[in-house]
Ligand binder design. Structure first.
Ligand SMILES: [Zn+2]
Ligand SMILES: [Zn+2]
Length: 715
């Protein structure tokens, strides 16, 4: 490729896609977000008949939560592949390139990133990526990982290298060394990185025959490199290496042009990790760092991490007395304290009313059911390891429910159904219990017992598109009402080349995928299609919200199911008088009530909008004797208007009371003294806005009620 020298200075990497004649225009321009979490499917969402997706949370959403999974995290911006000279509306349908597969294997969808120096042996579409492109940042970070590995080997040559991918927030390199690295070692490595950068060595791609390369690595005891080459290349192939100076690393690339381009970086932490995740293997050290194209971005990154820390729902949950997790009761089990309980009641009331308004029936199903039922549903086979073990009762064995679906199915099956009865929409705020490995729990985000706002829709094939549209509409309403304006949508479909991996016919799949697509198009919602990511029993739509810090959270799911209706032999009598199998859709909008609450706490930093706030108005009598009667009158008036009020009757100074309500993030504080009690008025302080002057009690009540009724976000 030839580009002008001026352009070349800004361009760091290129993206190419082979030109294929039959490429349909329909697949372009719809999905456009290259966020990299397509690999973050969890067991739950792949389980039998399962839709819940609480687990995505802990896969390192955006920030510092769980670095281990940062590479599977979300939260980065879109991959804009419109570099200079490239088409401006490139769609990136494929998964982004953070996984091992993407690093060493073939790029999905034919699209791949290449070095500027890479030979182009075929006709391609070409985008030149500059520093501001998200994908370029990943290349920079992976290059920074090579720089770090170079520094490590210069200082500690006995170290063996694993792999060093870019992540959402930076990069890491897994290394093996008998002696653990100390803080001082890390500081020395970071200092040495500056020397590697100053040398400005070119990243040079070199190819070698696989077998001699393998032999050489094996002789050097590089057991991890041997593993990666064996795993990601085939016998007889040429294997690519990237060399900077004398350091060379097995790598698919691409890389930025030279080490000198790594300008702003930092080693951030170190953690232990077992080789291949197996505790019988060697203990590796995973050294984390991050890198940006400039110091300003690096600073902003650390500021953001601080902000994330300050919003940690576990810390705020304690400060604001919202919830707890108690050692004596067990890990991953949530106690909702009165204030958290009030927020939850408000969330649930809203959800139940909306369900009823939208034509759902509210149902309740048991928490434990006979093992036999889980055998019919298939959970006993495919999902058993996520379930609590059976308990023996007098007549049979029982298991705690990990999902609500079989319960709803039994309600459907309890009487014969005709097409006139459909759709049946059963909604339940259902408590489910799932086994999570100890040590993997995380506050409200990853737990062992949680509440799904679960619903199952049974309908005819002809009704399905409208039902999906209604689900998406409902999901949008949830997001808007709770204060999220931005969200991303993914459509997970099957791999039609492997029909044996899926249940249901090609006709079923095509029809279901088409109805999901049509529904999204009818709503004019941009989405990204991820082929091969569907669970074996049906395609699905995932909706991820973007919070105030730009982090993405998986919440709502609309999931088709071809499996359970067949296993339970569900039927309805059609217009033709024949029996037909209904279509079944699982859908959850909050996802998990616990997790959604955790997201809300972090999104609002505990300062909930008025309608959700556990205490909406704090009353501060200036004198706890003189003004107490009036304060009681105000309290009674506000409570009669349906507002949640707390009266601070302590014999404390006014300012101390105001401060304490402030710490509790109470939206309105009313000061009540002589003037107020004489004129039946209140002196208003608003959270974040301070003194608002005085208002008559009636006017204040009307205003507060209006804000609550309108689910106002400004307070
Ligand atoms: Zn590399
Ligand atoms: Zn379900």
């Amino acid at each position: 490729m030839s580009i002008s020298p001026r352009l070349a200075a800004a361009v760091v990497v290129a993206r190419v896609k082979p030109l294929v004649r039959d490429q349909g225009p329909g697949d372009r321009g719809q999905g456009n977000d290259g966020d990299s979490d397509s690999s973050s499917q969890n067991d739950a969402s792949k389980g039998v008949g399962g839709e819940a997706s609480q687990n995505d949370a802990s896969k390192g959403v955006g920030g510092g939560a769980s670095q281990d999974d940062a590479s599977k995290g979300v939260g980065g911006g879109a991959v804009a592949s419109a570099g200079a000279g490239g088409p401006g509306t490139a769609a990136v349908e494929a998964a982004d390139e953070t996984s091992e597969d993407a690093m060493y294997g073939a790029g999905a969808g034919g699209e791949r990133l290449v070095d500027l120096a890479a030979p182009l042996n075929e006709d391609v579409e070409l985008w030149l990526l500059k520093e501001q492109d998200e994908a370029a940042l990943k290349v920079l970070r992976h290059s920074a990982a090579h720089v770090m590995a170079t520094a490590i080997l210069e200082l500690f040559p006995e170290t063996k290298l694993g792999h060093g991918p870019a992540t959402e927030n930076g990069f890491f390199y897994d290394v093996y060394r008998e002696t653990p690295f100390t803080e001082a070692d890390l500081a020395a490595i970071e200092a040495r990185m500056a020397e590697v950068v100053a040398r400005d060595d070119k990243f040079v791609r070199e190819c070698e025959l696989r077998e001699p390369a393998l032999r050489e690595y094996a002789e050097d005891g590089e057991f991890m490199k041997v593993h990666f080459i064996e795993k990601f290349t085939k016998p007889g192939e040429l294997v690519s290496f990237y060399r900077n100076g004398v350091f060379s690393d097995f790598c698919r690339g691409p890389h930025i042009p030279s080490t000198g381009r790594v300008k702003a970086y930092k080693i951030t932490s170190i953690a232990g990790a077992y080789w291949l995740g197996d505790e019988k293997n060697q203990q590796l050290q995973r050294i984390y760092g991050t890198a940006f194209f400039n110091a300003k971005d690096l600073d902003a990154h650390f500021k953001r991490l601080e902000e994330i820390k300050a919003r940690d729902h576990r810390v705020l949950g304690k400060q604001l007395d919202l919830f707890s997790i108690q050692e004596v009761a067990g890990a991953g089990l949530i106690f909702w304290h009165p204030k958290g309980g009030m927020v939850r009641k408000t969330m649930e009331d809203w959800m139940r009313e909306e369900c009823i308004r939208r034509g759902y029936d509210m149902v309740f199903t048991p928490h434990i059911m006979r093992r036999e039922l889980w055998k019919i549903s298939g959970h006993e086979g495919y999902y058993s390891e996520n379930m609590y073990p059976p308990m023996e009762l007098d007549d049979a064995e029982y298991r705690l429910k990990p999902m609500n679906c079989p319960g709803h199915i039994l309600i459907y099956k309890s009487s014969p159904r005709s097409y006139r009865d459909l759709p049946q929409r059963y909604a339940e705020l259902g408590n489910v219990y799932r086994y999570e490995r100890s040590g993997t729990m995380h506050g409200l985000l990853r737990v062992r017992g949680f509440t799904q706002d679960d619903a199952h829709i049974f309908c005819t094939p002809g009704q399905i598109e409208d039902e999906v549209v209604a689900c998406i509409d409902f999901a949008e309403s949830v997001l808007r009402t709770f204060g999220f304006s931005e969200f991303k949508v993914e459509l997970s479909t099957w791999d039609p080349a492997k029909p044996k991996d899926y249940t249901g016919s090609a006709e079923h799949w095509n029809q279901a995928i088409a109805s999901l697509k049509h529904a999204l198009e009818r709503k004019s919602i941009p989405y990204r299609t991820i082929p091969g990511e569907a669970a074996f029993y049906g395609p699905k739509i995932d909706i991820k919200l973007v919070d105030v810090l730009g982090r993405m959270w998986q919440l709502s799911t609309v999931q088709f199911d071809f499996n359970l209706p067949a296993r339970f032999e569900l039927e309805y009598k059609g217009e033709d008088g024949e029996l037909h199998r209904p279509v079944m859709v699982h859908r959850a909008l909050f996802g998990s009530v616990e997790r959604f609450f955790g997201v809300l706490i972090e999104h609002y930093a505990g300062a909930f909008p008025l309608w959700l706030a556990p205490v909406q108005v704090g009353l501060v009598p200036i004198s706890s004797e003189k003004h107490m009667n009036y304060a009681e009158h105000v309290k009674a008036t506000l409570e009669a208007a349906g507002l949640r009020v707390e009266l601070d009757a302590r014999n404390e100074k006014m300012n101390a009371k105001i401060r304490d309500f402030g710490l509790q993030k109470v939206p309105f504080i009313l000061i009540l003294g002589d003037k107020e009690s004489q004129s039946n008025s209140v002196s208003v302080r608003m959270r974040g806005k301070g003194d608002q002057g005085s208002a008559t009690l009636d006017d204040f009540v009307a205003r507060a009620k209006g804000l609550v009724a309108g689910h106002a976000m400004e307070l």
